[in-house]
Design a protein around this ligand. Structure first.
Ligand SMILES: Nc1nc2c(ncn2[C@@H]2O[C@H](COP(=O)(O)OP(=O)(O)OP(=O)(O)O)[C@@H](O)[C@H]2O)c(=O)[nH]1
Ligand SMILES: [Mg+2]
Length: 677
């Protein structure tokens, strides 16, 4: 922003378990820093951060959102805080990943009563993977059984002695001391001094020159300590720990001072482009930014949320979308604070802005100055783990449905909409039930369409395991011209890699050449219709070797019918079987859930291929029939108390065991009967 040096900007995101108080803390900060004149609260539905209807109803954050404020520490320079709130709820992990992709630092919020929880681990791993410098904020000091030392101790045990308290409470939790501050309360002075020593040591260790001086017994200057501390936090060697109550504001001044003092500025941590080159963060450099969210605002229309990484952007500019290689004309852009908008004169590295109505731009696109193309690596999102078939309640609403689905998937990169070409169903996939319910509600509200979710059909297929001969003579004499066509054919399993599926081995013109395409058409239709339960047949080679025709009565239609029936005859004799899609699952769980999870996988006809451990979690690799995976996400969560997660991809088609095949065949026949009635 104008008049604000980039060195005085702090860009960070709040991460943590659902309910740890991230949004409450943000509301407290926005009020305290004068952004809002009323103190919002997610609990009361008045939060400035959780302001969307779906968030207010559920009392959880669903979307990642940027906010900004100014803060001037006592006797210091003004700073600009660019803060992002993220959802802790697992279904919305895509939003958390988006924010992590553009945050310079993370505050891991932990509840002082509940301690380290599933969502805390998830947040930590995310920061670790992306090497995000971070601090820990232990929140809820006012709660009855709050225990700062226990939680800080658990963090140090898990993540090492680099987790050092900077702000800590007194025994009664009525005051908080800042180990780096000027005058801690007398009763806390001793501990503050001891912590300060540890912090100064960490500062010295961040830099060879400082370390030499420190070890030589020379005291470090205040500036050196400050620089060393920022370096240590930036490299992840120091994780400062803070103590707050978002409810009573206890510890907020100490936290704010810590943010300004310890977290990196955009100059400290220049972004890397896709090729690994550092992007110049200075205002004088060419503009570079990245679209980390795309929003469909009911009033404004499409909005791209852009994190600025370098240069200066002013309204009414022409820029380049380097990902699409298209120029874009920008009119105005905004800083958004929840519902509030502000129009800045210019923005710089660290800022997050909303640009309306870009023509060619979407999520994951890189924007830059014309003539200075920068491409950032796109953010990768996990594959959806839950799929439903979607239909609209009211016939005729199909267009609204497809518009609504497209919009939902555009806004949330972990939602996927597909038309299954095999089952012809429209499917919506995502990370969990709550996320899909929210998408459905939003379609009702914004697109005025009532959407229903169903368990999707499995795209079964059929194939044969032996050879079979088939014959059919189609002959009809009804008054005038008759119908006549006769086909003999043979089916056999087609070897993998063999492209030839139809062989014309007719000799002596038993079927005249001009009818062979009709025979082929009949075979194709027959293969689509299947022989066991009406599913398409794959992996078959069909050889037509004989037949007969009639000078007058033979026609294309007659040969098509004869070929389809002969095929059905042959398939029936060739030991047909049903095939089902098999998915490969990579399941991550805590140790103690191993027995339950493997037992459940067996129950789902799963086959365990291997086990491994990673980041303190067990990893199971298994193959499971798709039919058994639709509800797996909820089941896994309940078995592991939310700590389990999994990834899933299609592996191959495999024969359905006969007992289960019988059930599927019976269902298919029942459905066919119903359709015929
Ligand atoms: N007593 C007390 N309650 C708090 C404090 N911070 C948050 N809460 C309450 O905890 C509940 C959850 O707070 P949120 O701020 O919505 O939690 P969150 O981390 O944003 O949760 P998600 O958005 O689901 O990730 C609310 O009812 C808050 O009022 C605190 O410091 N003290
Ligand atoms: Mg929240």
């Amino acid at each position: 922003m104008k008049d604000m040096p980039v060195a005085q900007v702090r860009n960070f995101a709040l991460f943590g378990h659902t309910g740890s108080g991230k949004t409450t803390l943000l509301d407290a900060l926005l009020f305290k820093l004068g952004v809002n004149d009323r103190r919002g609260s997610p609990e009361a539905g008045t939060s400035a951060a959780d302001w969307t209807e779906e968030e207010r109803e559920r009392k959880i954050s669903i979307w990642a959102k940027p906010f900004d404020a100014r803060y001037t520490p006592a006797g210091g320079a003004p700073h600009r805080l660019v803060m992002m709130d993220t959802p802790g709820y697992a279904d919305f992990v895509g939003q958390t990943i988006s924010a992590a992709a553009v945050a310079d630092a993370g505050l891991i919020v932990i509840d002082a009563v509940a301690g380290i929880q599933v969502g805390t681990y998830r947040a930590w791993r995310l920061c670790e993977q992306r090497r995000i410098p971070r601090a820990i904020v232990i929140n809820g000091l006012d709660r009855e059984n709050a225990d700062f030392d226990a939680v800080a101790g658990a963090a140090a045990q898990l993540w090492g002695a680099r987790c050092v308290p900077v702000a800590f409470p007194n025994a009664a939790r009525t005051a908080v001391a800042d180990a780096l501050g000027d005058a801690p309360p007398a009763d806390l002075a001793e501990r503050a001094a001891e912590l300060k020593n540890r912090l100064v040591e960490a500062a010295a260790e961040s830099d060879d020159a400082l370390l030499e001086k420190y070890l030589g017994g020379e005291p470090l200057t205040a500036d050196e300590i400050a620089r060393g501390l920022r370096g240590a936090v930036g490299s992840g060697k120091l994780i400062p720990v803070f103590a707050v109550s978002a409810k009573t504001d206890l510890g907020l001044p100490e936290l704010l001072n810590g943010i300004v003092r310890l977290l990196p500025s955009p100059l400290d941590r220049p972004a890397l482009d896709a090729a690994g080159a550092a992007v110049d963060p200075k205002p004088g450099a060419p503009f570079a930014g990245f679209v980390w969210r795309s929003i469909m605002d009911p009033f404004v229309g499409q909005l791209s949320l852009v994190r600025v990484y370098g240069g200066t952007l002013k309204p009414d500019a022409e820029i380049l979308n380097a990902t699409k290689d298209q120029k874009e004309r920008i009119g105005a852009f905004y800083l958004i604070n929840g519902k509030k908008q502000e129009t800045p004169a210019e923005v710089h590295a660290g800022d997050i802005i909303a640009i309306p109505k870009l023509k060619h731009t979407g999520l994951n696109d890189s924007l830059c100055a014309v003539g200075a193309a920068v491409r950032f690596a796109p953010v990768a999102f996990p594959n959806p783990v839950m799929t439903y078939a979607v239909t609209c309640k009211t016939q005729g609403d199909e267009d609204k449905l497809s518009v609504g689905l497209r919009r939902a998937a555009d806004e949330d990169p972990t939602l996927r909409v597909e038309r299954n070409t095999e089952t012809h169903e429209l499917t919506l996939s995502g990370m969990g039930d709550v996320q899909l319910q929210v998408a459905v509600e939003n379609m009702r509200k914004h697109n005025k369409v009532e959407v229903e979710l169903h368990t999707p059909k499995v795209a079964y297929k059929e194939t044969i395991t032996g050879r079979g001969e088939g014959h059919y003579k189609h002959k009809k004499q009804s008054g005038g011209r008759g119908q006549y066509g006769e086909v003999y054919l043979r089916v056999e399993p087609r070897a993998p890699g063999d492209e030839e599926w139809f062989v014309d081995a007719i000799v002596g013109g038993a079927i005249p050449g001009n009818f062979v395409p009709a025979v082929q058409k009949g075979v194709v239709e027959g293969l689509q219709r299947g022989a066991v339960a009406g599913y398409p047949v794959t992996g078959v080679k069909v050889t037509v070797y004989d037949g007969s025709y009639h000078e007058v009565d033979s026609s294309e239609v007659a040969f098509k019918i004869a070929a389809a029936r002969a095929l059905r005859d042959a398939l029936g004799k060739a030991k047909p079987v049903l095939l089902e899609p098999i998915m490969k699952l990579t399941v991550q769980i805590p140790d103690q859930c191993m027995g339950d999870v493997t037992g459940d996988l067996n129950h789902r006809r799963g086959r365990i291929l291997g086990m491994d451990s990673q980041d303190g979690l067990q990893v199971i690799i298994a193959e499971v029939p798709q039919a058994e995976t639709f509800q797996y996400s909820s089941q896994l969560r309940s078995m592991t108390g939310g700590r389990g997660s999994f990834d899933m991809e299609f592996s191959r088609m495999e024969t359905v065991p006969s007992s289960i095949a019988q059930r599927i065949i019976a269902e298919a026949q029942k459905q066919k009967q119903e359709e015929e009635e």
